[in-house]
Design a protein around this ligand. Structure first.
Ligand code: PLP
Length: 423
């Protein structure tokens, strides 16, 4: 197969007219398909239904009455469960409410209002706060940074995680206060940070004493291919490197049980947990211990979680296989886009030719397929090359996904041909 960038204008125009016919046929189907957000499909939600009808007997866990106020840091058994998931100690875990994003927002909000444990001053008192954003990345991280008025600095992703040469250089600036990281099955590329990247991250020597790694381990147990592979524990890696308070690690059961009705947690040094507990005690008497208890009873331990995740994997794997099959057959042979083939997580990241992401998105929308907005994977929605698109295959049923991928591939071809013809 010939790469399209080596074809003559005449050949490209011929291809364009046949692709346009394909596209018009797609449009004629009147589809309404959504591949925009990383939501579990309803069959995945069904996997946890028994948790809702399970009897909790006495409502007592670890001798604690789960129906009443108290135990701000969370049930001991639930801290232990998350400690096993994250590979940390139970006293390094704080259990929060229904989701982890809220805890991430809270840590940043507290940095602004009160300062973090080692802050010389609350960030709100500073003229400028800068934050490192590995790109492409998770739009909601960037939204948190943007609501607080941070200046976001793009850090390119490599196959091993963020470009650590760039990170090490950037942290010499005392205004650089932190970095967003999704270390396992990154959103959107599905990249797993290498051991060397994790070591270098933990050993950073930032100029800001309160520089904070926001280690969002959202996909910590979310392999859909192969067995669970634990990541090195960032909390102890930071401690070993002499930076015990430099990291907050986040996780939740949103994509294990129920998004919006799961349990969120963070792990950090015992000192940071104590510091945060004091601040959080002003905003709540305690989180939902009944839900914490339900999760503990339902899973028991890490083995229980992993057994459950194998059921998710059985549903997810065929969907990712469809995405990759379509891209392999319909896009790759023409040299018009590249993509990763992740082994876990929720996304496939597609790199179109520069300048083609927005156009592909618009064409897909007109043909009834909603994708995450082009640019969403970059701070302030600005993808400098206009080339990244995030594909989220989990929500549509298999048959719909096939139709959506058919449309998407046609749209990538259309946008690429338009570009090549007009170049
Ligand atoms: N972090 C990442 C990287 C995500 O992709 C998502 C959801 O898509 C979340 C966090 C949201 O997690 P939670 O539901 O625990 O707030």
């Amino acid at each position: 197969m010939t790469f399209w960038n080596s074809l003559s204008k005449e050949q490209l125009k011929e291809l364009y007219s046949s692709t346009l016919k394909e596209y018009e046929a797609c449009k004629g189907k009147g589809l309404k398909l959504d591949m925009s957000r990383g939501k579990p499909g309803s069959d995945q939600l069904d996997l946890s239904n028994d948790m809702l009808s399970m009897s909790l007997d006495t409502f007592k866990c670890d001798g604690v009455e789960t129906r009443n106020y108290g135990v701000l840091e969370g049930l001991e058994s639930c801290r232990e469960l998350f400690a096993q998931i994250l590979g940390v100690q139970a006293d390094q875990v704080f259990i929060g409410g229904n989701a982890s994003l809220n805890l991430m927002y809270d840590v940043i909000a507290k940095a602004y209002t009160h300062g973090l444990k080692n802050s010389p001053a609350p960030w709100a008192k500073l003229d400028k706060v800068k934050f490192l954003c590995p790109v492409p990345g998770y739009d909601r991280h960037f939204t948190i940074s943007s609501t607080f008025g941070m200046e976001m600095i793009n850090i390119p992703m490599t196959e091993d995680g963020p470009d650590m040469d760039r990170v090490e250089e950037a942290v010499k600036d005392p205004l650089v206060k932190g970095i967003w990281c999704v270390p396992k099955f990154s959103n959107p590329q599905g990249i797993v940070y290498s051991g060397a990247t994790i070591e270098r991250m933990a050993a950073l020597k930032p100029a800001a004493p309160d520089f904070t790694i926001m280690w969002d381990n959202a996909y910590v147990v979310h392999e859909f291919e192969g067995e669970f592979v634990p990541l090195p524990d960032i909390v102890s890696a930071c401690a070993k490197a002499g930076n015990p308070d430099m990291v907050y690690e986040f996780a939740s059961t949103s994509k294990i049980t129920f998004p919006g009705a799961g349990v969120g947690a963070f792990a950090s040094s015992v000192g940071n947990i104590e510091y945060m507990k004091k601040l959080i005690s002003a905003q709540t008497i305690g989180y939902d211990k009944i839900n914490q208890y339900r999760h503990v009873r339902y899973f028991g331990n890490l083995d229980g979680i992993l057994e459950h995740m194998r059921k998710h994997a059985k549903i997810m794997r065929p969907k990712f296989d469809i995405v990759i099959k379509y891209l392999d057959e319909r896009v790759a042979p023409f040299g018009i886009a590249s993509y990763h083939c992740p082994k876990g997580g929720y996304f496939v990241s597609l790199e179109t030719m520069p300048g083609c992401a927005k156009r592909t998105h618009a064409l897909a929308k007109d043909a009834g397929v909603t994708l995450t907005g082009a640019g969403a994977t970059y701070p302030n929605g600005k993808d400098p090359l206009d080339s990244n698109l995030r594909i989220a295959p989990s929500f549509p049923p298999v048959q719909e996904l096939e139709m959506a991928m058919d449309v998407l591939c046609t749209c990538v071809k259309m946008a690429s041909l338009e570009k090549l013809i007009n170049e």
